[in-house]
Design a protein around this ligand. Sequence first.
Ligand SMILES: Nc1ncnc2c1ncn2[C@@H]1O[C@H](COP(=O)(O)OP(=O)(O)OP(=O)(O)O)[C@@H](O)[C@H]1O
Ligand SMILES: [Mg+2]
Length: 309
Amino acid sequence: MMEQSVVVNGLTKRFGDFTAVNNISFSVSHGEIFGFLGPNGAGKSTTIRMLCGILTPTEGSGTVAGHDIVNEQNKIKNSIGYMSQKFSLYSELTVIENLEFFGSIYGLSGNHLKERMEYVLDMAEIGKRRRERVSSLPGGIKQRLALGSAIIHDPSILFLDEPTSGVDPLMRRNFWELIYDFSRRGKTIFVTTHYMDEAEHCGRMALIIAGKIIAYGSPQELKSELHHDVYTLKVDNFIRVFDTLSALPFIDEAAIFGSDIHLLCGKGFGMKRELSSALKSSGVQEFSLEKIPPTLEDVFVTHARRLGV
Ligand SMILES: Nc1ncnc2c1ncn2[C@@H]1O[C@H](COP(=O)(O)OP(=O)(O)OP(=O)(O)O)[C@@H](O)[C@H]1O
Ligand SMILES: [Mg+2]
């Protein structure tokens, strides 16, 4: 069994003068759920397309399932499953016609194809809708069918490009149950997302901004590397207070989290005392301030601001 499902070194993709992916290196272990977290335009899809043998890197090297990403793109395509950001389903075909089509692309036929189709219909819980056309299905069902189509040939590595964007929270939760299920069966999952809560589900992750990996490790490691203490502030009329807070010299970051504000300051700084006097002198008497463990969003905000994103 291979130890590493994905290994890349110095991977770079340029489109003309523009560098979409800039000298990134990382590895994904066999059986791992690896998250690739980044904002719009960060280079997530470009990376995933290089890993899936669809785009050729401008520079750099690597292997996926033991195959070279530059010279063995066809071998890669047969050994992985890829769910693209715009699910590539045929909307005029029914659910089973789509599965038949994708199965035949991967060379499945006869009883083997039937067995795999039944497995996928069952796994994705879409068996009851097997005769319906894709165009009439709700988004969450399409998403599960797209996942099913990507795994019809039982690949050992699954690449998912923002698989849950645009579906409701319950559907997202259900979809993650499926991902965990694959992981328990020993499959490797590489998933891109811009949802922080999804990144929390990953064993390890890379944070990519403007084509560069700027943090890499388990969610716990990334949080513990943060050079800040994090506080949560509850205050009435928090939008008005926000500008005052942002201007305070000892606050490195202020970010709105629901109805609270997260404040980041240097480790060990006497935030409570300093902030109390600053708020009182700007006329705010009532507030509560509590030190909290950092979230991945705090990590993300800190890196993004540092890079001026
Ligand atoms: N074929 C292309 N030609 C020119 N520029 C491209 C091409 N493909 C992607 N880009 C640019 O490269 C950058 C990275 O794009 P990419 O699609 O990889 O980002 P992403 O992280 O997947 O973003 P999103 O979250 O919006 O899907 C973007 O600025 C995009 O416009
Ligand atoms: Mg993308």
